[in-house]
Write a protein that binds this ligand. Structure first.
Ligand code: PAF
Length: 293
């Protein structure tokens, strides 16, 4: 028997028609927005959202507005044919793959911008990046109107910003965070990992190792927080990273610096977050950490 293949639509009108039909039949719809070059991290998001909804829409759109002038927009991997094979493997119901004119028609003038959470961390080195992300995701969510949308935990600041945005703008979609997926060697999956040479990949592996080391030093009280972070930062530089853009611990819920109070039995639930450059590739990662101090 021939396997059903993913339905492909390229216009917001066709997307809306299908999603409305599903909603009218009482089905719950989930969306996983992506920029394509799908890897097993994306496929895991699709499998995860399938547990919450009846139909899954995946969008593929390499959003020019979230790349800076010196970033990799032109060279960002694009592989629609292989992406479709992967979407079929996980039984995705619908692929929305609009072109730039469908998302940003001539005369487009609006920017969606979230304050505060978009300061610092990734925003410091990528001015305008989050405005590009919030603008496109607002459009994608309003075009599709899914009940649930899932974003990967690897981009934890992005998830936090998008959750706030959907709440502030009354977008009727529940924004959820999908589990961070690692390759067998521990590196967080990313479409940009294909840029890494074998030697750079070995260096890149120091990111998860260093985060784990810092977490154990802090959680077990072996080192004061700042000392553990400084040591980790130096270790990454010594391992061959060209630059550590940030290595910080923030509160999990709002990504503010640590100000919450804790008790012996209830620690602050925080996140350790890092961005570092190896060769020409910028990598990010994060892990949960408990702070008792
Ligand atoms: O995380 C991504 O791939 C992108 O930032 C997103 C959310 C699809 C918006 O373009």
């Amino acid at each position: 028997m021939k396997k059903p293949s993913v339905q492909i639509v390229r216009t917001k009108k066709d997307l809306r028609t299908q999603v409305t039909e599903w909603h009218m039949s009482g089905l719950k719809v989930g969306m996983v927005p992506t920029m394509g070059a799908l890897h097993h991290g994306h496929l895991s998001l699709i499998r995860e959202i399938q547990k919450h909804v009846d139909k899954v829409v995946v969008s593929i759109f390499v959003n020019p507005k979230q790349f800076g002038p010196n970033e990799d927009f032109d060279k960002y991997p694009r592989s629609e044919t292989t992406d479709i094979i992967k979407l079929n493997e996980v039984k995705t119901d619908l692929l929305y793959a609009p072109d730039v004119g469908e998302i940003y028609p001539d005369g487009f003038l609006t920017i969606v911008s979230v304050a505060k959470i978009t300061e610092g961390l990734c925003a410091a080195k990528r001015p305008g990046h989050f405005d590009g992300v919030t603008t496109v995701v607002t459009k994608l969510l309003l075009q599709c109107l899914p009940d649930v949308a899932l974003f990967g935990e690897k981009d934890f600041q992005q998830y936090t910003v998008l959750k706030q945005m959907a709440k502030d703008l009354d977008i009727p979609t529940e924004v959820m965070c999908g589990k961070l997926i690692r390759d067998e060697d521990g590196l967080a999956t990313s479409s940009r990992n294909i840029y890494l040479s074998a030697e750079e990949r070995q260096i890149a592996l120091e990111i998860p190792k260093t985060l784990k080391q810092i977490i154990s030093e802090i959680e077990e009280g072996k080192l004061p927080l700042q000392e553990a972070l400084d040591k980790g930062n130096q270790h990454l530089i010594d391992s061959g990273f060209k630059e550590v853009q940030y290595l910080e611990i923030r509160q999990s819920d709002d990504l503010e610096p640590l100000t919450q109070t804790f008790t012996e039995t209830s620690p602050i639930l925080a996140r350790i977050l890092v961005a570092a450059v190896v060769g020409k590739t910028r990598l990010i990662d994060n892990m949960p950490i408990k702070i008792y101090f």
